[in-house]
Write a protein that binds this ligand. Sequence first.
Ligand code: TRP
Length: 456
Amino acid sequence: MEHTEARPHRGWASRWIFILAATGSAVGLGNIWKFPYITGEYGGGAFVLVYLACILVVGIPVMMAEVMLGRRGRRNPISSMEALAKEAGAPAAWSLIGWAGMLAGLMILSFYSVVAGWVLDYILRMADGSLTGASSENVTQAFTGLLTNRNELLGWHTAFILMTVAIVAGGVSKGLGNAARILMPLLFVLLLLLLGYSLASGDATRAFHFMFDFNASKLSGEAVLVALGHAFFTLSLGMGAMLAYGSYMPGKASIGGTVLMIAFLDTLIALIAGMAIFPLVFAHGLEPGSGPGLMFMSLPTAFGNMPGGGLFGTLFFILVGIAALTSAISLIEPGVAWLNETWHVKRLRASILLGLVGWLGGVACIFSNNWLETGPTDGWYVFETLDFVASNVMLPLGGLLIALFAGWAMKAPSVREELRDLHPALYGAWRVVIRFIAPIGIAVVFLNSTGLLKLG
Ligand code: TRP
């Protein structure tokens, strides 16, 4: 259908820029903050293996479906789904995928930006030496102090939203494309530097065993489900981000090969992040299973007490900030593209508008926080609700609908045309996964994470 209508938007300059931008979306707080701490919480090696299996069996096929829908639709997620439903003779209600996705993106941005704000704060804290030589109590106190200082939280949250808006306002090739072109290579370099530092000065052997030793007895049903849920979050699936990015993809590029590359880079970076973090944590006798505080408490304690820690700690948080920024832009791009294409709202205005909605959501997170009175895990009511509903309900549901549309509603010849580069055997396998295995797998995760089904 891209032949019959003029493309309403300009695309990525090349297939490589698409790969960098999509990898930028995928690699974020999920890889560097969340993956190491859930690996810690679920006991290491066995969890990592299941997570890898989830990426391979469900993540990659669903990502291919999402990118495929975007490239065939050639519009923002809402209009793409309308057009594709029409082409397939299916109900227009399939555009719900785009609507729900836009909402989920704004919900994720709300809390994502608050955490990214902590990261910005830590760049300065590591750089000004205030955590140098600090005991783990001091560091915990400093983190608590930040979480209860609303003005500071607001300031950093606002700064992060402004950066996100500035990039998205620049458009696909000048904004998103250039951000990917400049920031992603920087991210790779920083990550390798940190890996080297960590391997040289931390306990690499113990970290390696922790991450890769397979111990089946540690494998609970819940761990399997968390691994599958995280596979979705880390690949940016289920809300139309990849659909929007895919709509700017060159028509000639192979979807299978490109998606494989993105998933490979995302996984590699998560594993390297683990190998950059755990050796330091172990070398200082700290706990890998310390939960969300791993990056904001254990790690800064380690950095604060080692030679060169100030410099490398600063670089580490710059790296995390970059990863968060290139992800956050993909959270509002679907909505901005929709406002721009369908309602002819200028990109700058559309970005400001959606940034403002995300900002308000983050403000609600910050002002509903009564961490001091209730303790570390219970004080973030709005924050946790947004995370839970968006990540555990809307993303799996969106992914399920995407798989069902690609597998059942869309006409097979249209699908095959987009995936024409795929070897027949691989195409056959993909089709079985997208029609049966992925929907069933996602349904199980969804039912479990919403408490409708209790496994493990
Ligand atoms: N993938 C990002 C991370 O790992 C988060 C993210 C960005 C995301 N865009 C998304 C998650 C869209 C789901 C859907 O941090």
